[in-house]
Design a protein around this ligand. Structure first.
Ligand code: BGC
Length: 352
């Protein structure tokens, strides 16, 4: 049976792997799809790589076709984390090992492993950037500083970890009144951004500005992902605020997308992102496949954080890195994740 270790005795598996990624409108998934294929093919395994265009039904169809073609492993970056139960049950019946990639698949017993980052820490880093930039922790600072909160897609379990990390970090300042949230929109549901869409975030930011900021200054926006951050920046610009000036709010992000890194470098509105080295994540997931093919148990480093409704899924978690104007070059160009040309020539991957 796939996935059972036999003490280092090589399995009879060939390593055939289906890789189901959510979208190509964000650099990270494109980069890691390529890495996953490369790392598995270098080991001599056959692969199928497909992107689901942020459409949960399409992703299910793609996974079904992978199972029909006889994959032994599935590496899945889910679009809707609650929609995969049925197809995964079919896969499991055929002995497929299922690795939940970056996003935890919920409400099914059929997930074997989870490879991701410390998602709570991502939100902590975003909130700390806001606190640092506003100087909130400096002595004698009274505020109030006005901030607004955005969270990710409700059908992605990561959203809740990012948001909780940020809220917990901001909490003592909102309680003490140093930070105010004039819209009062603080629950995950109202702050959420369907399918992580920058355009959806831009619309919400426009509404918040019109409703609450005609006569008030906005000091910071918690944005959980670079595509959302840029939607927020475009709305702020349309409202008449000029990036690079003191009147422009602090805007956070995640994923170190080339265009957002350009914004950070050139002070075009976003000032922070979180770098998750997706090459390492791809190596963790492909390493899990290799371990099982070689008859070993995959390495995990967390057994008690990620409960998917059925069980704590054995996980391997990597650490995210905070990026701002001071370290983008060292961290991103220095590690060859991006080149300066990538940053210079970046274009908007989403439709606004
Ligand atoms: C990922 C983030 C990404 C977001 C939108 C999340 O599940 O963890 O890295 O920003 O999806 O693609």
């Amino acid at each position: 049976m796939a996935g059972c270790s036999t003490d280092g005795e090589s399995s009879s598996l060939s390593g055939f792997t289906g890789i189901a990624m959510p979208t190509q409108t964000s650099d990270r998934w494109v980069i890691e799809g390529g890495f996953l294929e490369q790392q598995l093919q270098e080991a001599g395994y056959k692969t199928i790589l497909q992107y689901g265009d942020d459409d949960p039904e399409l992703q299910i169809t793609q996974i079904r076709s992978m199972v029909d073609q006889g994959v032994e492993f599935l590496i899945i970056g889910a679009i809707d984390n609650r929609s995969l139960g049925e197809i995964l049950a079919t896969a499991k019946n055929r002995g497929v090992t299922i690795i939940s990639y970056d996003r935890l698949i919920l409400d099914t017993p059929d997930v074997d492993y989870y490879a991701s980052f410390d998602n709570y820490e991502v939100g902590v880093l975003q909130a700390k950037h806001i606190l640092d930039r506003l100087g909130v922790q400096e002595e004698g600072v009274e505020g109030p500083f006005n901030i607004e909160l955005f969270s990710g897609s409700l059908d992605d379990s990561n959203s809740q970890y990012f948001f909780q990390g940020a809220l917990d970090t901001l909490e003592r300042y909102t309680y003490s009144g140093v930070i105010a949230i004039p819209s009062n929109e603080t629950e995950q549901e109202v702050t959420s951004t369907e399918r992580w869409s920058g355009a959806v975030a831009m619309d919400r930011m426009t509404r918040l500005l019109e409703d609450h900021y005609e006569d008030r200054e906005l000091h910071a926006v918690l944005a959980p992902y670079d595509g959302i951050s840029r939607g927020v920046v475009y709305a702020l610009e349309d409202f008449g605020l000029a990036p690079g000036t003191d009147e422009f709010p602090v805007v956070t992000g995640q994923d170190a997308e080339a265009l957002s890194v350009q914004f950070i470098r050139d002070e075009k509105g976003q000032s922070q992102t979180v770098f998750k080295d997706t090459r390492d994540l791809a190596a963790v997931a492909s390493g899990m496949v290799k371990s099982i093919v070689n008859g070993n148990d995959p390495e995990v480093n967390d057994l008690g954080t990620y409960n998917n409704g059925f069980k704590f899924v054995p996980s391997y978690l990597l650490q995210p890195v905070n990026i701002d104007q001071s370290n983008w070059e060292e961290e991103l160009v220095g590690s060859e994740y991006l080149t300066v040309e990538d940053v210079d020539n970046a274009v908007e991957p989403q439709e606004f």
